[in-house]
Design a protein around this ligand. Structure first.
Ligand code: ADP
Ligand code: MG
Length: 253
């Protein structure tokens, strides 16, 4: 008797759906099948790890979901938006309001202070200055970086730079956080701190997280689902119980 509403609810909460998604790069005579027919559903609120060796197509896949790149064929639908059907302007809005993204190399703008970096998406969204400043402070508080607002990225440690990048990714309250090897340039202790923050966004702000990593141990610690790619194909997809459940909360006094 309860089956029908359950199925309905599950359908309702698909955050990302890819269908036979392909991204092929043509290099002269050869074709590199970076993403090669991937079909998957990610539910809203899931914490997914995308695993695979170097060159398996993880970043290409993430960039398609982020709307930074367009598929050669197949489709990506995010919260009922078929990304292939969006105009340039709509795609820019999508990237600004629906997606937050962090990278291995942080990608902060060196000439800007931490506060200016974090506010940048709000400037693009034409939010007025006073509101920008208070939202940036709130985001920087959330990642524990309030004391660093006037510093430039080069004056920060790697972990602090990634915190700033997370605050910037968070500032428009995106539904989706896409993280491409977010701990790749950090020592393991700092990596864990960053991962705890990402999990907090997932658990407390309800953000759907797709994290690319080639570190299986990190994925096992945090992810609820492990998806593996090899040569652009989905070769494994299994639910997983994070090894440190509630760790984000335990880490707080
Ligand atoms: N812009 C590009 N042009 C040509 N080939 C690319 C490009 N980006 C990625 N590739 C190739 O696609 C494959 C998958 O790359 P990528 O998605 O970066 O893998 P991963 O993130 O898993 O290391 C690799 O063979 C890579 O060399
Ligand atoms: Mg990559």
């Amino acid at each position: 008797m309860t089956t029908a509403p359950t199925i309905y609810a599950a359908r309702e909460t698909v955050a990302i759906r890819s269908e036979n998604l392909c991204r092929h790069y043509r290099m002269g005579e050869t074709v590199i099948r970076a993403v090669d027919g991937v079909s998957l559903d990610v539910r809203a609120g899931e914490f997914v790890a995308l695993l695979g060796s170097s060159g398996s197509g993880k970043s290409s896949m993430l960039n398609l979901i982020a709307g930074l790149d367009r598929p050669t064929s197949g489709s990506v639908v995010v919260r009922e938006r078929d990304l292939a059907k969006l105009s340039r302007e709509e795609l820019a809005k999508y990237r600004l309001h629906v997606v937050g993204m962090v990278f291995q190399s942080f990608n902060l703008i060196p000439s800007m202070t931490v506060a200016e970096n974090v506010e940048l998406p709000l400037r693009f969204a034409e939010v007025e200055r006073g509101r920008r400043e208070s939202l940036a402070l709130e985001a920087l508080d959330r990642v524990g970086l309030r004391a660093r607002i006037a510093h430039r990225p080069t004056e920060l440690s790697g972990g602090e730079q990634q915190r700033a990048a997370l605050a910037r990714a968070l500032i428009n309250r995106p539904q989706l956080l896409l993280a491409d090897e977010p701990t790749g340039n950090l020592d393991s202790h700092t990596g864990i701190e960053i991962m705890d923050l990402i999990r907090e966004f997932n658990q407390h702000l309800g953000m759907t997280v797709v994290m690319v990593t080639h570190e299986r141990a990190l994925a096992e610690r945090y992810a609820q689902r492990m998806i593996s790619l090899a040569d652009g194909r989905l070769v494994d997809d299994r639910p997983h119980t994070p090894h440190a459940p509630g760790g984000a909360r335990e880490a707080r006094p």
